[in-house]
Design a protein around this ligand. Structure first.
Ligand code: BGC
Length: 767
């Protein structure tokens, strides 16, 4: 782990250029707006190692599965968000020599991701091999106001010479996914055109018929004056460019603007795509760079108003949390219920941009508390819309009924193809059910249950009913051959978490059925009839609930991760020589599987989700046993531990885990940030502050806060929206101050005391 980014409250800053860090920086400095996003690639040519990446949300490709040994039930394909047209590209040739930071001497390099206003900027002085020096400033963003617009401004000023600039502004659609299974290209050409200073490339995917049209206008200004220079156009397959010859005068700045309209047939008719592209582009050009950039800053100010977390007295922690909130808001805006949150957002290709249980287990709480209720609801509807596919998936694996949601998906179909996960990591089904509970518990929106939720819950319950097996000799139900959240053990029997979340789903489904019956008999009956739910089925669920087997260790009085966990040699991570870590980069898979080391919260995931069911001593005993043997090699791990450590009053541990999650990518903890940022775990970081340090919970329709503040922080504050009230919670070393910024009164518990907070008023409670 090499720290090279400068600490700053509002920006991520890299000073000095080191090609070694370039791919990590390309991930960290990524920009996005929910509709599209891109890695922080350089506009000009870069011949060193780089992953050029531009992605359009929801535009994916079913890449034929590649496995060594085919197993029945494997999916035919792995869906991948497509790396698509590079609209930022510029070739800059100065007096015959190409500007390439891998070849040039680079001075005064500063790369900044300005999170407050939502743009990426880079300045540097490059000394070419011919001794000529140019100063460059490049600024770009993708608009969160007009989601189809991107814009860049590229200033170039000669420092010690006058000469010529041969500039090529291009649109390159001949792009490949780095992670393509068979090294294939996924895009076919549709059309290209160039007209004056505008050009366009339209592509379509070889399968699924996604069309993507990128249209760009290039403008050139010298010393602030717009130039009318005719360019040499070039059109090739999936590629267009405009080539300009320009004079360069010492100390005089040439500015290149590129405005892009990126439209797809997910949002517009295929036949009209080019027309729409032109219209969107003309809107961008009419506004101009400065207006677009100001609009961007204003829109980000609103996002920060609703979701900012302020930490005073600890710049590293402040920067970390803002980075996480920024990336989450860049990745998913929630307006489009067909979209979801890939574990890497728009920052890389790993995980294919697909949906994992991460969304329900980790991301939902962030959107619930910082955005409009519809946004979290859309995340649930996404899974509702995939219910038929989840049923098909269960059938494919041989189940006669019920739904098994996929581990990885783009359209509802399973894409994962490692048997121990695809077939065995079935706890994901529980997370889908739990998200429904979480949403209703937070928002109080019971209508969701009657409209959509109940159907999903019944189908998931049916799956669990068939997946458990009854053991007559012991009169218990067991669940054999599963992988729990800890993927460092496979094919285990009775993973405590899976058994518990399965049984909990049955309990919750019955509770929701009873609630519907009591509140809307007609609707209840409609669902019973539609889903042909028989009383025997519900009785069977009750029997499973009563007789579910849970492995425990009586001596330590803890839940056992799985039946045979204690047959392993238990060694704390602290006793391992550091050279072994991370295990997944240093040990054979076989050695990992046989070890006691845990990748991520497993039993503790259950204690976090179903926290209300367990007393503090139970949580403590399990935490004290499991945390010391956990290596946190999933980015999703530290946040859950931080939250539980807060609850247990383990302040140092809570803070250690918080920093590990908040700065995971900024400090490249897991040594893999070049593949992309860990976007879904960023929501976990937010949870660590709000649910951990803030101690926020919803119990019996009441907001409860139980804050504590790490010793080295002067104060921290966070914003939440709760049932119509917008609250700011500030915590310093002496007191908690809660300000209701809305007109809606709210009842709440602070440290076990009941309070009423009227609209536009403030409450103070001593710590
Ligand atoms: C974790 C999973 C997670 C996936 C995507 C894996 O490393 O073990 O729980 O869903 O990453 O984030």
């Amino acid at each position: 782990m090499k720290k090279y980014l400068k600490e700053h409250e509002w920006s991520i800053i890299e000073e000095g250029f080191d090609p070694e860090n370039h791919e990590v920086s390309e991930s960290v400095f990524s920009i996005g707006n929910g509709h599209m996003g891109q890695r922080a690639n350089f506009e000009e040519t870069y011949s060193g190692d780089s992953l050029q990446g531009s992605y359009m949300a929801g535009v994916y490709y079913p890449d034929k599965t590649r496995v060594g040994w085919w197993k029945n039930g494997y999916p035919e394909y792995f869906a991948k968000v497509l790396n698509s047209t590079n609209w930022i590209g510029l070739n800059i040739i100065i007096d015959g020599e190409e500007l390439d930071l891998y070849q040039a001497k680079v001075h005064e390099f500063v790369r900044e991701l300005n999170m407050k206003e939502g743009y990426l900027q880079r300045t540097f002085v490059a000394e070419l091999q011919n001794g000529k020096q140019v100063k460059v400033q490049a600024t770009r963003f993708v608009s969160i106001v007009d989601k189809e617009i991107g814009a860049l401004k590229y200033d170039i000023t000669p420092i010690n010479f006058s000469g010529t600039l041969n500039l090529t502004s291009y649109l390159d659609g001949d792009i490949k996914n780095k992670d393509a299974n068979y090294d294939e290209k996924f895009w076919d050409p549709v059309n290209t055109w160039i007209n004056d200073n505008q050009m366009s490339v339209t592509l379509k995917t070889k399968k699924l018929d996604f069309h993507f049209c990128s249209t760009v206008e290039t403008q050139i200004f010298i010393n602030g004056e717009k130039q009318k220079i005719s360019a040499k156009p070039e059109e090739k397959l999936k590629f267009t460019s405009l080539n300009y010859d320009l004079p360069l005068t010492k100390d005089v700045t040439t500015t290149i603007y590129k405005y892009a309209a990126n439209v797809t047939n997910r949002d517009h008719d295929t036949d009209r795509l080019e027309t729409v592209g032109k219209t969107v582009l003309s809107q961008a050009v009419a506004k101009g760079f400065d207006v677009l950039k100001q609009e961007q800053a204003d829109a980000w100010a609103l996002k920060w108003r609703d979701s900012d977390i302020i930490i005073e007295g600890d710049v590293a922690a402040q920067q970390g949390i803002r980075f996480n909130i920024f990336q989450l808001n860049q990745t998913y805006t929630g307006e489009d219920e067909r979209l979801n949150i890939g574990p890497k957002g728009f920052t890389g290709e790993k995980y294919g941009g697909s949906t994992y249980w991460d969304t329900e287990a980790y991301c939902l709480p962030f959107y619930l508390a910082t955005a409009d209720q519809e946004i979290a609801r859309n995340l649930l509807i996404y899974r509702y819309n995939h219910l038929e596919k989840a049923k098909e998936n269960a059938r494919k694996l041989g189940f006669s009924k019920g739904a098994l949601y996929p581990m990885v998906t783009m359209n509802g179909e399973e894409c994962h193809n490692e048997w121990e996960i695809t077939f065995e990591e079935i706890h994901r089904n529980g997370a889908i059910a739990y998200a429904i509970y979480n949403y209703v518990n937070y928002t109080g929106d019971q209508s969701y249950l009657g409209e959509y939720g109940i159907e999903v819950l019944i189908e998931i319950s049916r799956f669990w009913e068939e997946r458990v097996n009854y053991v007559p000799a012991k009169d218990v139900y067991m669940m054999l051959g599963v992988t729990g959240p800890n993927e460092y053990e496979n094919n285990v029997d009775n993973n405590w978490y899976t058994n518990r979340i399965a049984s909990w789903t049955l309990e919750y489904t019955i509770e929701v059925l009873d609630h519907l019956k009591a509140t809307d008999l007609e609707l209840y009956q409609t669902w019973i009839d539609k889903l042909e739910l028989k009383p025997e089925e519900v009785n069977q669920w009750k029997d499973i609930i009563n007789k579910m087997y849970y492995p425990i260790d009586e001596e330590r009085n803890i839940f056992l991760q799985q039946d045979n966990f204690l047959n392993k040699e238990i060694i704390p991570v602290a006793e391992l020589d550091k050279k072994h870590l991370p295990l997944n980069q240093n040990w054979s898979w076989d050695r990992i599987l046989r070890s006691c080391f845990i990748k991520q919260a497993d039993v503790l995931q259950g204690l976090y989700f179903l926290n209300h069911e367990f007393d503090l001593d139970t949580i403590r005993r399990n935490f004290d046993f499991y945390e010391p043997i956990t290596v946190h090699e999933s980015s999703l791990s530290p946040c859950v531990h931080s939250i539980l450590a807060c609850q247990l009053g383990y302040k140092d541990k809570a803070y250690e885990m918080y920093l590990r999650t908040a700065r995971l990518d900024l400090d490249n903890y897991n040594n893999d940030t070049e593949d992309g940022c860990h976007t879904t775990s960023m929501a976990g970081t937010w949870m660590s502050v709000v649910q951990g340090f803030g101690g926020m919970k919803i119990r019996d329709n009441q907001l409860c806060l139980n804050p504590f503040i790490p010793g080295n922080w002067n104060s921290f504050s966070f914003k939440i929206v709760f049932r119509g009230a917008r609250l700011m919670v500030q915590v310093d070393q002496e007191k908690v101050t809660i300000t209701n910024e809305s007109n809606t009164p709210v009842d709440l518990h602070v440290y076990d005391e009941q309070h009423k907070l009227n609209g536009n008023s403030t409450l103070q409670v001593a710590i």
